[in-house]
Design a protein around this ligand. Structure first.
Ligand code: UGA
Length: 432
């Protein structure tokens, strides 16, 4: 099938590349000329394992193309995916102005039937609004379909998540649209939930909000564990082995962050309020989350007495491992709090240091974890990169001035870290 992807950011590029990998002919569009130039040279503007190789493979096979002109693809594609970003407004609502611009541009050029799909995370009822927007600007009275097909991929494992999904959700209003989706996704083996557009839109918001709720739930319990000296890892294991609860997304840490959860939960809360059905629980989920990074810094301050004049070696800057994404990364507020308390910060991240350097000023960015440790009074782990599991502990310890080790991701065993000679503190577990 011929597919157009409008918006070649994270979601658009992964979706387009994976659809090309499935054998479709895909053109990715973006208004950012520099980005399209970069993509045409086979480079991608962010780090996602396996994506660059897959882009190169599909470009070489002439299944994947890039352009800045929407007009070039609208009438050549059977399906157009809208993958532009929907950033948060100050009041928490999703800013749909990019979606609106794209809908207008599609309408201006549309001359034959096309299935227009919302892939970006959007508030419920956006599908209907996109349909009306296109109807308003379309040049001739003709049939088209709008559908919702939310994506559930995670950064760092996006290709796997796209090609081996748990489910495919499609919200459609015609049998024709459903048939197109069934052909499009026929190579994938996953249950397909076929529903109306509003329900599909809600599935995405409800799923992300539920996952965020699980994380805040675990983080709230971690504070009770801290207060009584219990172990959050054991508590969540004991809870999670009940299949009705499930083990995933119960990992306590410095809070859920990144480009999706904080924005999506805020947007869902805003929508619920606007619809007269305020989802109060989500306000608490956000409150618990906001406090989590502050609690971590408090713990560090209390253990070290003061941060003034101290050096902290930070391991991990990206919002999670296997990505260089710094959007809403917890390292930003945490490092700023360290600096405000008078600490000097040295930081190491395998992928995100370059992006971090334009956001976090006054930080000494280094090339290895050991350099981050040199002369440091404390180490703070903010991203659970697997390479941190196999550090040369003697080497790290020898280069440090102090022995404090603060693990914001519960990566290590307290007993092991004690044996290695550190004063080890983590989240919701007794210190060692
Ligand atoms: C999330 C969802 O997992 C995807 O299904 C969804 O498609 C995506 O948002 C989106 O809406 O686009 P992502 O933001 O890439 O994906 O990352 P996650 O792996 O879900 O992690 C989100 C945050 O929660 C991270 O800060 C992570 O460290 C934190 N987290 C996750 C925890 O603190 N504890 C956990 O147990 C799990």
């Amino acid at each position: 099938m011929k597919i157009g992807i409008i918006g070649s950011g994270y979601v658009g590029l992964v979706t387009g590349t994976c659809l090309a990998h499935l054998g479709h002919s895909v053109t990715c569009v973006d208004q950012d000329k520099a980005k399209i130039r970069t993509l045409k040279t086979g480079k991608i503007p962010f780090y996602e394992p396996g994506l660059m190789e897959m882009v190169l493979e599909n470009v070489a096979a002439k299944r994947l193309f890039f352009t800045t002109e929407i007009s070039r693809i609208v009438n050549h594609c059977e399906v157009l995916f809208i993958c532009v970003n929907t950033p948060p407004k100050p009041n928490g609502a999703a800013d749909l102005s990019f979606v609106e611009t794209v809908a207008k541009q599609i309408a201006m050029h549309l001359r034959k039937y096309c299935l227009i799909v919302e892939k970006s995370t959007v508030p419920v009822e956006t599908g209907e609004w996109v349909r009306q927007t296109i109807k308003r600007y379309i040049k001739k009275d003709m049939h088209f379909d709008v559908a919702s097909n939310p994506e559930f991929l995670r950064e760092g494992s996006a290709i796997h998540d796209f090609l081996q999904p748990d489910r495919i959700v499609i919200g459609v209003s015609s049998a024709r649209a459903e048939k197109i989706f069934r052909t499009l996704y026929s190579p994938l083996k996953a249950p397909m939930i076929v529903t109306d557009i509003k329900s599909a839109e809600l599935i995405k918001h409800a799923a992300n909000s539920f996952l965020a709720t699980k994380i805040s739930f675990a983080n709230a319990i971690s504070r009770i564990c801290d207060a009584v000296g219990a172990d959050i890892e054991k508590v969540t294991l004991g809870m999670g082995l009940d299949p009705r609860i499930g083990k995933q997304f119960l990992k306590a840490g410095v809070g859920f962050v990144g480009s999706c959860f904080p924005k999506d939960v805020s947007a869902f809360l805003y929508i619920s309020e606007k619809l007269g059905a305020r989802f109060e629980l989500l306000a608490d989920v956000l409150r618990i989350n906001d406090a989590q990074a502050k609690c971590f810094v408090e713990k560090i301050k209390n253990s070290m007495k003061t941060l003034r004049g101290k050096t902290v070696g930070v391991l991990g800057l990206a919002f999670k491992p296997d990505t260089d994404d710094m959007r809403c990364a917890p390292s930003i507020p945490i490092i700023q709090m360290f600096q405000k308390e008078g600490a000097r910060v040295k930081a190491y991240d395998p992928q995100a240091a370059f992006k971090a350097s334009s956001i976090l000023k006054g930080v000494d960015y280094v090339d290895t974890p050991y350099e981050a440790g040199e002369g440091a009074h404390a180490i703070a782990v903010l991203t659970e990169w697997s390479e941190f599991l196999n550090l040369d502990w003697e080497r790290l310890k020898k280069s440090m001035k102090g022995r404090f080790f603060f693990d914001g991701r519960n990566m290590f065993s307290p007993a092991e870290m004690k044996k290695r000679g550190f004063h080890y503190f983590s989240i919701g577990r007794p210190s060692a």
